[in-house]
Design a protein around this ligand. Structure first.
Ligand SMILES: NC(=O)c1ccc[n+]([C@@H]2O[C@H](COP(=O)([O-])OP(=O)(O)OC[C@H]3O[C@@H](n4cnc5c(N)ncnc54)[C@H](O)[C@@H]3O)[C@@H](O)[C@H]2O)c1
Length: 426
């Protein structure tokens, strides 16, 4: 068998996960081919360029492409290893869309040969490796498990730190048998500096999903606390600070909802396979309901429905430009569909072109708050630490701020004559 360092690797799907993985394997000295159905990705790659944003990635890609260690291909060819890192989005009915994974696996079959390793990196519902990948690879006529080795190795990287985390984080390898797990462990050992743990494929699939589910459920608990405290006239933020002084308690932060393509999605991949169990689904619904909770609050504040509302922040978390599954985008849509409020939106990172209601966005925060009856602080971007509230006070029609993140300095705003509504208290 070819030694690990001499293996030729093909990465299928060159997005946020696949491309950094390809570049790092190439940087480790291996020969890497990158395959993607998007021609733009391949054309850019072969010029040493990238079409996604990730710090440090373009330089790394450029370096390994120039050295001839990484090359983009538009047709799969024989290799020693195939790594699948295609999207696994969520369907409207909250089940995983495994079509990309199926197509990727099918595309390997004609070039699969004895001794090959196939790794599924895409986040997938439990048992996907066994029930989706294995039957497809089996069409090759090869003995899967004995002649072809298969594992699931999930990704847990943070966009913005992908290269560092790919190398430094611990990794789980879930093999369809021990031989597969060991071979894939040897493969990733080429660049992973964290610990590598082996297990079976469905345990690995569940680990990945449960990591994000753990966080989602904990945020739901904090959101439920926030809503309950509002009902009872208690400040949830004080409760969290004080309760977290307990050595074994870590209540998370409430907010206007949970977004992104991981936390808001992955728990559903468990729910779709569950027979018993309620908490994960309830947590998802609790977090998804937070924009409705804010809508109700706005209706309470403006019962006649006449108001201009300015919303600061649209992305699903601070200091990034990603609006996928953003609860604030959902809030804007709810407000458009259910109220007569005039809306004006601001975000220093989000791109108007990526947002169907982009026409409501203005570049200057001060233009956005002009004549507003209420300003909602929806995302705690660093830029919002430097707002000139004296100027804002002069521009707004009514000096009223709804802080959904407990981010602003209430005392100094009150000195300027602002009224503050705080999520989790009012
Ligand atoms: N992005 C993250 O931060 C992150 C973190 C952890 C896990 N994941 C998971 O990793 C997987 C990949 O995510 P991503 O963010 O890299 O996706 P992405 O959308 O950035 O990239 C996927 C790429 O796959 C290509 N593709 C689709 N079908 C293909 C096919 N049949 N053959 C070849 N290429 C194909 C697309 O053109 C695209 O370039 C998903 O399952 C995701 O949930 C992502």
């Amino acid at each position: 068998m070819t030694s690990t360092k001499d293996m030729k690797i093909t990465i299928i799907g060159l997005g946020y996960i696949g491309l950094p993985t390809a570049a790092i394997f190439a940087k480790s000295g291996m020969t890497v081919l990158g395959y993607d159905i998007n021609e733009k990705v391949i054309n850019a790659l072969n010029q040493g360029k990238i079409i996604i944003e990730e710090p440090g990635l373009e330089d790394l890609v450029n370096e390994v492409v120039e050295e001839g260690k990484l090359k983009g291909i538009s047709k799969l060819e024989e290799a020693d290893v195939f790594i699948i890192s295609v999207p696994t989005p969520i369907n409207k009915d909250k089940t995983a869309n495994m079509d990309y994974v199926r197509k990727a696996a099918e595309s390997i079959v004609p070039v699969l040969r004895k001794g090959n390793i196939v790794v599924l990196e895409s986040t997938s519902p439990p048992e996907s490796t066994e029930k989706i990948i294995l039957p497809i690879l089996g069409k090759s006529g090869l003995d899967i498990g004995e002649e072809v080795f298969v594992a699931h190795s999930p990704e847990r990287v943070l966009p913005g730190k992908i290269i560092q985390e790919l190398i430094e984080s611990d990794r789980i390898i879930g093999g369809i048998n021990e031989k597969s797990a060991q071979l894939v462990k040897d493969l990733y050992s080429v660049f992973v500096k964290g610990e590598i743990f082996t297990t079976d494929s469905k345990t690995a699939e569940m680990c990945k999903l449960m990591e994000n589910t753990y966080r989602d459920v904990n945020i739901a608990l904090a959101n439920e606390l926030a809503v309950t405290c509002e009902e009872m006239g208690i400040n949830a933020w004080d409760v969290i600070t004080l309760a977290n002084r307990h050595p074994r308690v870590n209540i998370h932060q409430p907010g206007p909802g949970v977004g992104g393509h991981c936390l808001a999605v992955d728990p559903w991949f468990i729910v779709e396979r569950q027979i018993k169990g309620n908490i994960i689904k309830l947590a998802r619904e609790t977090n998804d309901n937070m924009p409705n909770h804010i809508l109700d609050k706005l209706k309470e504040i403006f019962p006649d429905g006449n108001a201009k509302i300015s919303i600061l922040g649209l992305t699903y978390k601070p200091n990034i430009d990603d609006m996928r599954e953003s609860p604030i985008v959902n809030l804007v849509k709810l407000l458009k569909e259910n109220t007569r409020f005039t809306l004006s939106l601001h975000d220093p990172h989000a791109c108007k072109e990526n947002f169907e209601l982009g026409n409501l966005m203005l570049d200057s925060l001060y233009d956005v708050v002009k004549d507003a009856d209420l300003m909602i602080l929806a995302v705690n971007h660093n830029e919002y630490k430097n707002i000139d509230f004296k100027k804002v006070a002069k521009l707004m029609k009514d000096k009223h701020i709804y802080d959904t993140r407990n981010f602003l300095d209430e005392a100094s705003l009150k000195d300027l004559g602002f009224k503050i509504t705080l999520l989790g208290r009012d």
